[in-house]
Design a protein around this ligand. Structure first.
Ligand code: FO1
Length: 314
């Protein structure tokens, strides 16, 4: 079964990792959000791409989910001592990724090419694509009229500002990657990881042609919310501020136009009926991924559910 996974952030990386433990390299491609990318201290930072790569390479920091394991912070501490911007923490090993990637981008290499080479070096066998080689920047429009870059909102201002809407700056001009379109057209199923629908998955879907290509395939999603709360990050807070009750069915509703199947947590079993009324096939299970074993178990369940869905449509 050929699978495309859409991912962004720590939750997305965990499920992508689980899928990579089950599927052979040729059967899994992961498309990663780059709307969170930004320039910091002159370096090109691609947080979601790095989180997915580090996680699949078993290099991720298990406590934060982002950055590398066994980091040292010598440069970061010096930056801080020099009164440089220290609200975004870059470890020494992580810095090497940003330095080399920035240098190669300046030389004219594409983000997708650099990612491919890094993956080879890190021993990642499955394919990881940035959603585009062109810049897209998620901007958070807040209730008090400010427009914040995503990392400014997320890290510097700790997701405190009240959100009004999101803008994916540059999205109309961002070209889809031909390799991604091919991979979508040749896949059996698209799996949307338990990532934030508003800021991790929507930017991918908004790249010209992706939503149409994805809509032609069976699509299943895993809820990023359990019992009305986000497993990690500000998804529930965002739903609330946008005037929508944060719950799994609200996520299903978000993807309703093209969703074939939806996976929710046992805690949300009462939402099953509502979701099935939209003709979405639902699976209720334990979706929390605390340990590596949970990633594997959930991935196995997602793939079994995918097979059931594919058999039904045959
Ligand atoms: N998240 C934080 O909350 N604080 C940080 O200082 C921070 C640094 C950081 C460095 C590299 C990297 O790849 C990710 C980093 N993140 C940090 C995580 C990241 O900003 C967010 O998790 C994602 O953008 C949301 O998907």
């Amino acid at each position: 079964m050929k699978v495309i996974a859409l991912a962004g952030g720590v939750g997305g990386a965990k499920l992508a990792h689980g899928l990579s433990m089950v599927l052979p390299p040729d059967d899994l491609s992961i498309i990663v959000n780059t709307g969170d990318d930004f320039d910091f201290l002159g370096l090109y930072i691609s947080p979601d791409l790095d989180t997915v790569c580090y996680t699949l390479a078993d290099l991720a920091n298990p406590t934060t989910g982002w950055g590398q394991v066994d980091e040292s912070w010598i440069t970061f501490n010096e930056i801080s001592a020099l009164k440089g911007p220290d609200w975004f923490r870059l470890g020494d090993k992580d810095l090497a990724t940003h330095l080399i990637r920035t240098a190669q981008l300046i030389q004219g290499q594409k983000l997708s090419e650099i990612t491919k080479k890094f993956c080879e070096i890190w021993g990642i066998k499955h394919t990881i694509f940035p959603m585009s080689d062109d810049p897209v920047r998620t901007m958070v429009h807040t209730k008090n009229g400010n427009i914040l870059g995503f990392q400014e909102y997320f890290v510097h201002q700790e997701c405190k500002p009240i959100v009004e809407h999101f803008e994916f700056r540059g999205i109309e001009a961002a070209r889809p990657l031909p390799q991604v379109l091919d991979a979508i057209n040749n896949c059996d199923i698209v799996i949307i990881a338990p990532s934030n629908p508003w800021v991790s998955i929507d930017p991918i879907l908004e790249i010209p042609n992706y939503r149409d290509a994805i809509s032609r395939k069976p699509v299943i999603a895993v809820s990023p919310l359990i019992g009305g709360k986000a497993i990690k990050g500000p998804a529930a807070k965002m739903y609330q501020e946008l005037g929508i009750k944060p719950c799994s069915s609200a996520v299903a509703n978000h993807y309703k136009d093209f969703l074939t199947g939806f996976i929710i947590d046992n805690l949300d079993h009462i939402e099953l009926e509502k979701i099935e009324r939209w003709r979405i096939i639902a699976l209720v299970t334990d979706i929390l991924m605390k340990k590596n074993q949970d990633r594997l178990r959930l991935a196995q369940e997602v793939l079994k559910f995918s097979e059931t869905i594919l058999n039904r449509s045959r």
